[in-house]
Design a binder for this molecule. Structure first.
Ligand SMILES: NC(=O)c1ccc[n+]([C@@H]2O[C@H](COP(=O)([O-])OP(=O)(O)OC[C@H]3O[C@@H](n4cnc5c(N)ncnc54)[C@H](OP(=O)(O)O)[C@@H]3O)[C@@H](O)[C@H]2O)c1
Length: 432
């Protein structure tokens, strides 16, 4: 395929080199068309020329330049336009609201283009080489046109990614926060640029479909939390799964329940948990884990009793119709919980993937990743320890505000699960 690339910077040149290596033709479109092509096997000309000459075009300019770049590009005449840009401001925040995305703005500006979001959720170093041992970095691709989305997924596969096409350009509202999370982890949390999201699959019986490779070099951390008194508010898929893991790890698990004779509660009591009433459940607990429907939070939190200084873990997901976050712009569900749970040290965790990953976090040699965010360092480290006790690859995601990006992983996981027709999938964080 002949691929046009607008913006011969880090991303543009890396993708261009990889496309050439994969047997595609590449033509760069530059504001300075007198420049020589940046690498062998590619041509460089005007931006308009690259569009006219190509079957698919990559937009790899700074987000601030999309308007002028697309103006120079002219009519795409029904061609595929791959939006690799990220609408990230200098303060590490997205400059678009939650009800739209950079990709949708690109689609509004580009004339007659089939816009597909891709190549935005990892760094250019990973684009140069998406292999991590036997594993490949995940590349999520979304668009409104099924054929165009499949074409871009194929291009991502050609250059070594594990590509998954998702339906609807509006899913870029999740992929752009996912990119922000990558940027925060790589550049602010010190994990470095050689990290990538991965996706592991296993069959329903629990056998992993991944190739086995020794990635023992990955420091997944084996030290869990010192013995804690953990109160579970909610004993369903998430609360029940966590309670089982923590009973196994030797923690003192209490169940704040409406009905002590409910079958799921009785099962956990047989494993060593104790039941207590919901009212005043915080008394005598180090950690209170809230795993109830988001709609019940405002009613239940005030009933728990004195929360001053307690660690409250928010596992709830505020997801509304059309798979969107219900938290208003500029906040997140755990930040809202922190406003209700006065004096508590609220930590975000255990909400990003299906409960299947709590039941069994291992996917051959990898473990499902669990990001933990919270403003209190000690509380965050305690929950990271508890997360390790579940067997999860537990990553410090920083302050509670990180949840604004982090929480979109839930929607990403659900969308991938729907696209692949399986809940036995685990998002992983690959490192090398
Ligand atoms: N860096 C990453 O790891 C990464 C990862 C994923 C996504 N992204 C996103 O991908 C985009 C490109 O990132 P980058 O790191 O490659 O940036 P970069 O190295 O600064 O390159 C940007 C390129 O855009 C071109 N450009 C700037 N203004 C333009 C305009 N008005 N019209 C046409 N072209 C223009 C420039 O090319 P000419 O000077 O040749 O015209 C420049 O080489 C950004 O939106 C970024 O957020 C970056």
């Amino acid at each position: 395929m002949r691929i046009g690339i607008i913006g011969a910077g880090n991303v543009g040149m890396t993708l261009g080199s990889s496309f050439v290596r994969a047997g595609h033709d590449v033509v760069y479109g530059s504001r300075d068309e007198g420049r020589t092509a940046p690498h062998a096997g590619a041509l460089l000309g005007s931006i308009r020329g690259a569009v006219l000459d190509a079957e698919a075009v990559v937009l790899a300019t700074p987000y601030a330049a999309i308007e002028s770049a697309l103006d120079a590009a002219g009519d795409f005449e029904g061609k595929v336009l791959i939006d690799a840009t990220n609408p990230v401001g200098p303060d590490f925040r997205l400059v678009v609201g939650r009800t739209t995305s950079g990709a949708e703005r690109v689609a509004a500006l580009a004339k007659n283009a089939k816009v597909v979001k891709a190549f935005n959720t990892t760094g250019y170093d990973v684009m140069a080489n998406p292999k991590f041992g036997a594993h490949r970095a995940l590349m999520l691709v979304c668009g409104d046109d099924t054929g165009a989305t499949a074409t871009v997924a194929k291009l991502a596969t050609d250059i070594g990614f594990d590509a998954i096409p998702l339906s609807g350009l509006a899913r870029a509202r999740d992929l752009e926060p996912m990119a922000l999370l990558w940027i925060q982890l790589a550049l602010k949390r010190g994990l470095g640029r050689n990290i990538a999201f991965g996706l592991s699959r296993r069959d329903a019986a629990g056998a992993s479909a991944d190739a086995t490779v020794n990635l023992a070099a990955l420091d997944l951390g084996s030290v869990g939390a010192a013995k804690k008194s953990v109160t579970m508010v909610g004993t369903g898929n998430i609360g029940g799964g966590l309670a089982r893991a923590w009973l196994r790890a030797g923690h003192d698990v209490r169940l704040a329940v409406r009905d002590p004779l409910a079958p799921d509660v009785v099962d956990l009591v047989e494993l060593g948990a104790k039941t207590i009433p919901v009212d005043g459940a915080a008394n005598g607990s180090d950690v209170i884990v809230v795993a109830i429907p988001a709609a019940a939070v405002a009613d239940v939190i005030p009933r728990l009793g004195e929360l001053e200084g307690k660690i409250v873990v928010d596992c709830t997901n505020g997801i509304g119709a059309g798979m969107v976050m219900t938290a208003p712009e500029g906040t997140s569900s755990p930040e809202l919980m922190a406003g209700v749970a006065k004096g508590a040290r609220v930590v975000r965790a255990f909400n990003q993937q299906g409960a299947e990953t709590l039941r069994e976090a291992s996917f051959d040699d990898l473990r499902a990743v669990s990001f933990v965010a919270g403003d209190d360092d000690d509380a965050r480290q305690t929950v990271i320890g508890l997360s390790k006790d579940v067997g999860l690859d537990s990553i410090d995601a920083g302050p509670l505000e990180a949840s604004r990006a982090l929480d979109h992983l839930t929607l990403v996981w659900l969308t991938m699960s729907k696209a692949l027709g399986s809940r036995e999938i685990g998002l992983t964080l690959l490192r090398r």
